[in-house]
Design a protein around this ligand. Structure first.
Ligand SMILES: C[S@@+](CC[C@H](N)C(=O)[O-])C[C@H]1O[C@@H](n2cnc3c(N)ncnc32)[C@H](O)[C@@H]1O
Length: 316
């Protein structure tokens, strides 16, 4: 049987798991029937592909939560997205970067979910990054023709796909720290955690450091239900020492993965991705390639998420 086609959400973010969704889905227990809990929902791509009946999707970034709440409430729809991007895209084509920065200023004042989507799809390299004052500060991708008709259609269809999934289930979105999300778990639920990768992505809303990593490990260990945790294992440049320090008694699944979003050279090379599970996964469900070891110095394929040609940072 063919694997189901991966649903791609309208929002992009660093560390997005689009390519790893089949692996995560096959690792999750097939008979799971509780609430799917994601304390670090990001783009939501994992939950939207697992499609649980009930889900609690949370993140500390209020703009991600506000965006998906607006989709759930029918404020952001395929039609309203199309209208908005056609208007703003035409203005971007006319005024270029000047318009991008005007929308960015407007977003930093009012936090409108349509502006968030616009910026997310027109900014440099799909980054979601805020300064200390909580202002979005990613520069323009320097493509005034960004919102061509097929691109708008693609985004409108992505909004529709996600809206259909949210409508089908009982989904709750919460802007809160991971500790509060994990504390709400009950027996029979399943927690999937995809935190910022320590020492790798540092630009999210809020800080991520060793202390938070340890707090996460402690919360998951004392949770009343099973959990899965995505993290990185290493590559030819670096090794995740937290894996041995905090998760030594677990036997993680690993597989090769390419991260494209991010400015650092060592973040743009193949990485051995790890999936820690509190249960013994049914390895018969997993494709044979799932635990391939990392080939040193392998070339990365073209960017999967955003700009086909890397753009230069022009303003921060
Ligand atoms: C690696 S991303 C998640 C990516 C997501 N799995 C996907 O595929 O799109 C990590 C997320 O954690 C969120 N985050 C960072 N610190 C947090 C905290 N203390 N509590 C909750 N969420 C947090 C960030 O805003 C970001 O969206």
């Amino acid at each position: 049987m063919n694997a189901p086609k991966t649903v791609v959400p309208p929002i992009k973010c660093q560390g997005i798991k689009t390519k790893l969704v089949p692996w995560i889905r096959q690792t999750a227990p097939a008979d799971f029937d509780g609430t799917w809990i994601e304390p670090f929902m990001g783009s939501g791509v994992v939950a939207f592909n697992i499609r649980p009946k009930r889900a609690l999707l949370a993140d500390s970034n209020p703009h991600l939560i506000r965006f998906y709440e607006a989709v759930a409430e029918g404020e952001v729809t395929s039609a309203s997205t199309r209208r908005f991007l056609e208007e703003e895209g035409a203005e971007l084509l006319r005024a270029g970067g000047e318009h991008y920065y005007a929308v960015r200023d407007r977003f930093n004042r009012y936090g409108d979910p349509f502006d968030f989507l616009f910026l997310n799809r027109a900014c440099f390299n799909g980054l979601i990054r805020f300064n200390r004052k909580g202002e979005f500060n990613v520069p323009f991708c320097r493509k005034p023709s960004r919102f061509a008709k097929p691109y708008i259609t693609k985004i409108a269809n992505q909004v529709q796909a996600v809206a259909d999934i949210i409508r089908f289930g009982d989904y709750r979105f919460e802007c809160q720290d991971f500790a509060a999300t994990i504390a709400s778990a009950r027996s029979g639920d399943l927690i999937y955690c995809d935190p910022p990768y320590i020492d790798r992505h540092a630009d999210y809303f809020g800080i991520w450091n060793q202390e938070r990593e340890e707090q996460l490990a402690n919360s998951l260990r004392s949770a009343p239900c099973d959990f899965m945790l995505s993290t990185w294992s290493g590559n030819q440049f670096r090794k995740n020492i937290s894996l041995e320090k905090l998760w030594a008694e677990f036997d993680p699944l690993t597989r090769e993965h390419f991260y494209h979003v991010g400015g650092r050279e060592d973040n743009r090379n193949p990485m051995l991705e790890a999936l820690i599970t509190s249960f013994i996964p049914d390895r018969r469900q997993l494709p044979a390639a799932a635990e391939k070891q990392l080939a040193p110095l392998e070339a990365a394929p073209p960017c999967e998420t955003r700009c086909e040609t890397p753009c230069k940072t022009d303003r921060t």
